[in-house]
Design a protein. Structure first.
Length: 396
């Protein structure tokens, strides 16, 4: 294992994304918070990952979970790393994942480490203060911990009693995500707000390991305001969007034009047209399909089981028609990732669309993940009724 990522709020999605992009043999699940990769951090295209919040290079794996052993290793690693950094005051930060210590103890260790580094390297160190066990992304950036003289160490407990220490090389660029989300000229609360991070995950689950190139066309047949297509353009795919509502096509066009203006050197073939996904003829045929489908009614309060059943039947019918319609238009082997609705009926229990059990009859093979079960591919917040379930398939 050469590098490590800290997984986002829904770790299974982050794991599936890594597996899709780098192949299952390159991914080593480490704990509920982190995944290892057999490739170096420099080969991970981190800005593409929607499901991971930090990337780091593994500096040591300790066959112990005792804090005094971890502290010793931290001192050794920091002194070694300090020797490789340019002149100047060192910025140090510590983040732990699954380690049973208190923030006070972690800060005390930080101060001890600061003294050790000072005495061994004669360099001054600024420790990033932290009332928590983990620094957040903004703290890492604000304190320049990924800068030239910065060191953030990630200290990760594994279930088998080992401790992995990694040095952060990249953190999620929150500002850029916020710009891509809230900065867009056209947003629409009614069609929903797909977070760009989830759009990246959907895209990556569809795109797999095939390199993105301008001669590959991605289709979003329910493109709405174009969040998935925005992310697809940023990785260099040509984009094709259709939606039932002509107004949505205008919204997508405005948003994609805006993104091109915002992003230096970004060019892309863009094809947009209104179309009902249950009957539309797409021309040319896309190389991959990714999107968030029609999700049915939005609910502000818990609906009765009858209403959930009714909504599910309605959405199921439309999506089945769509899957049948597009089937004959896709080349065998075309990958698809669709975010479809599932309804949270009680905490962590979901009503799924019936079509999920009929994918094979509809002419699609479900893509299986080594490290994640299909039913874990769900994106939701605790209080959300309509969750998004990600179905990853290829056309038979
Ligand atoms: C949940 S929204 C997708 C939002 C999108 N991810 C975005 O970036 O804004 C679903 C979209 O599907 C469209 N839609 C609903 N029924 C459709 C159909 N039969 N064919 C095509 N689009 C449809 C709606 O107009 C809506 O824009």
């Amino acid at each position: 294992m050469q590098s490590i990522v800290i997984l986002g709020r829904q770790p299974a999605l982050g794991l599936a994304e890594l597996e899709s992009l780098y192949g299952h043999a390159s991914v080593v699940p480490v704990s509920e918070h982190a995944a290892g990769l057999t490739l170096p951090a420099s080969e991970v295209d981190f800005t593409r990952l929607g499901g991971s919040t930090r990337l780091g290079t593994v500096v040591a794996t300790l066959q112990s979970k005792l804090w005094k052993d971890v502290e010793k290793q931290l001192a050794k690693s920091i002194v070694e790393i300090a020797g490789t950094l340019p002149e100047g005051k060192l910025q140090l930060g510590l983040s732990t994942f699954g380690i049973p210590i208190t923030p006070a103890k972690l800060n005390a260790s930080g101060l001890t480490l600061k003294k050790i580094v000072r005495s061994k390297t004669d360099r001054s160190v600024r420790l990033t203060p932290n009332p928590e066990l983990e620094l957040n992304t903004a703290q890492v950036l604000h304190n320049h911990l990924t800068g030239q003289t910065g060191i953030e160490l990630l200290i990760i407990a594994t279930p088998d009693g080992n401790t992995i220490i990694a040095r952060t090389t990249m953190v999620q660029d929150i500002e850029n995500y916020t710009l891509r989300d809230r900065g867009r000229p056209k947003r629409d609360a009614r069609v929903g707000m797909l977070p760009p991070k989830l759009a990246q995950i959907i895209l990556n689950l569809a795109a797999g390991q095939t390199p993105a190139a301008a001669d590959r066309i991605i289709l979003d047949p329910f493109c709405g305001t174009g969040v998935v297509l925005q992310e697809a353009m940023l990785v260099g795919l040509s984009v094709y969007g259709t939606d039932l509502e002509p107004r949505m096509i205008d919204f997508t066009r405005t948003n994609l034009d805006w993104l091109i203006e915002q992003t230096e050197g970004l060019e892309s073939e863009i094809l947009l047209e209104p179309g009902d996904a249950t009957t539309h003829q797409w021309n040319p045929a896309p190389d991959l399909v990714a999107g968030e489908t029609y999700l049915g009614r939005a609910f502000t309060e818990k609906p009765s089981p009858e209403v959930v059943a009714q909504t599910s039947t309605e959405v199921n019918l439309i999506l089945k028609k769509f899957l049948k319609n597009i089937h004959s238009q896709l080349k065998p082997g075309t990958p698809l990732c669709l975010a479809v609705p599932a309804w949270q009926t009680s905490p962590d229990r979901f009503k799924h669309l019936p079509l999920i059990d009929q994918l094979s009859e509809l002419g699609y093979n479900r893509t299986r993940f080594e490290h994640v079960r299909d039913e874990q591919l769900l994106y939701y917040r605790e209080d959300q009724i309509v969750a998004r379930e990600l179905i990853v398939v290829t056309r038979k």
